[in-house]
Design a protein. Structure first.
Ligand code: ZN
Ligand code: ZN
Ligand code: ZN
Length: 486
């Protein structure tokens, strides 16, 4: 399992050895900074309790002091050259969390901005999907953090990037759903996203109400007539003679399927924008139009480092009301803190997880009864998402019925034995009949051994219909891959 950063639920001790805060222990809901600890072979005394491959947590003030010490020789903290460079490296991965009280206060301000605005838009990045299991780039366990680490400190001691789930296993998060709700309430007019995971579309934001700047894994488009196709499975590049190398990103975009418009028959391409590719002009135009009209911008989970994000979030009407919720600092944090002539903040800057903030925002926006109905509805919505997705195994779509039951089962299973069972079940479902599957579900096998026994019994009494399934169950009883999942 991927290393987990200490979350709000854990008590952790500040890693600054000279910490002078009243409590050295950071409690759940306290403001804090998490940084990625880097390895050092140096033997000299350190002022930080570094632990290789772990997350080091500090009071915000302690980390600020340590950082200040790297910049000035007059600081009371004296740092060795090695530790100075370790702090500077770690600072690049710093993830900040505001205290719970501060986030609650910010939520009140944000609700006020949302209610006062007449054209609020949202801008989302990888941080909104981390709760869904997608890795981000610049965070503590981010993909780029790990690459940097391998480059500068050698492969030894490098953590594997947090295991990202397969596309088909992803579900919209609380924040994705909150954006849909805001849109239903008329408080959100347009959504711009840098994400390609398709979760906004899955959660129910209509295609004409959003611009997915970097494409969508679940959308492919015709090379000739431009017609777009929304799919229930990710449109990956597949090998074949139809492949064509893109002159800009040098990869193949063709998916192997063809346009179904009569008289077109053009090749379909995925819509993913790789490094080197231009953004689609109509997508960026649509985003620009919305950005210009906006009088409030809600940024969730983006560091706003990638163009054209930087232009879009500051294009709106003045005075700019910019709200940013992200764990890392962004170049636009200053814009959030501008004040009106009365000294009231125009925007808001929240350091923390999107879901945590959005839960507070929704609880302030919705009357208690409506909030409960909406939050309780998540279970049903998760089932619906499952039905909209087709699982793909070895490039073959799995029947949506089986896939939806599989997602439902997966959510309720947590321990290792259950994961093995699930894996066996999954293998089984790929080949067993619907009748056998329903039979198995009813009998509720306690583990994979019992599951196989029940299936064998069924096959004995129901004859050859299950013969194919039987072979599959028996040969795949302890699949290699299930070990990797542990
Ligand atoms: Zn401290
Ligand atoms: Zn076409
Ligand atoms: Zn390309």
């Amino acid at each position: 399992m991927a290393a987990r950063s200490p979350q709000a639920r854990d008590n952790v001790e500040c890693c600054f050895k000279n910490c002078e805060s009243t409590s050295k222990v950071l409690k759940p809901g306290d403001g804090r900074v998490d940084v990625r600890a880097f390895e050092s072979k140096a033997k000299q005394a350190m002022v930080v309790k570094w632990k290789e491959g772990a997350t080091a947590t500090f009071h915000r003030s302690c980390w600020a002091e340590l950082y200040k010490a790297t910049q000035s020789s007059s600081s009371p903290i004296s740092l060795s050259d090695v530790e100075r460079s370790m702090i500077l490296d770690a600072n690049k991965t710093a993830e900040y969390h505001d205290s719970d009280a501060a986030i609650s206060q910010a939520a009140e301000n944000i609700v006020h901005i949302l209610q006062q605005s007449s054209y609020c838009i949202a801008f989302t990045g990888a941080g909104i999907s981390t709760a869904a299991g997608i890795g981000d780039y610049r965070g503590i366990h981010g993909k780029w953090t790990e690459k940097y680490k391998v480059k500068n400190y050698g492969a030894k001691g490098a953590n594997k990037p947090a295991a990202s789930k397969m596309n088909g296993d992803l579900q919209p998060t609380y924040s994705h759903e909150a954006l849909v709700k805001l849109q239903d309430m008329g408080l959100l007019k347009f959504l711009i996203s840098q994400n390609t995971d398709g979760l906004h579309m899955l959660s129910g934001i209509p295609a004409d109400k959003m611009a997915e700047l970097h494409g969508n894994s679940y959308v492919e488009k015709c090379e000739d007539c431009g017609k777009r196709y929304e799919r229930s499975y990710p449109c990956r590049q597949i090998n074949g003679s139809f492949q064509k190398r893109c002159p800009r990103c040098r990869l193949n975009h063709r998916t192997g399927r063809k346009c179904s418009e009569p008289s077109c028959n053009g090749f379909l391409m995925n819509t993913i924008i790789n490094f080197g590719d231009f953004l689609e002009s109509d997508v960026i135009d649509q985003a620009r139009q919305a950005a210009v009209m906006s009088d409030a911008v809600l940024v969730l989970g983006s560091t706003l480092m990638v163009s054209p994000a930087n232009v879009l979030v500051t294009m709106g009407k003045k005075p700019a009301r910019l709200i940013i919720c992200n764990r890392q600092i962004t170049p636009y944090d200053g814009n959030c803190c501008e004040v009106d002539p009365d000294g009231q903040p125009l925007g808001s800057r929240v350091f923390g997880d999107c879901d945590n903030l959005m839960k507070k925002v929704m609880s302030l926006l919705l009357p208690p009864k409506e909030l409960k109905t909406w939050e309780d509805g998540r279970r049903a919505r998760l089932m619906e998402y499952g039905l909209k997705r087709t699982f793909v195994r070895n490039d073959l779509p799995v029947h949506p019925y089986k896939a939806s039951v599989l997602t439902a089962t997966q959510r309720d299973k947590t321990n290792a034995a259950d994961i093995i069972d699930l894996f066996v079940m999954e293998q089984l479902m790929n080949s067993c009949s619907k009748e056998l599957y329903v039979f198995l579900r009813k009998r509720k096998p306690a583990d994979s051994t019992e599951l196989v026994a029940i299936a064998e019994k069924y096959i004995e009494t129901h004859g050859s219909a299950g013969a194919f399934a039987r072979n599959n169950i028996l040969t795949r009883r302890t699949p290699q891959k299930s070990r990797a999942l542990l």
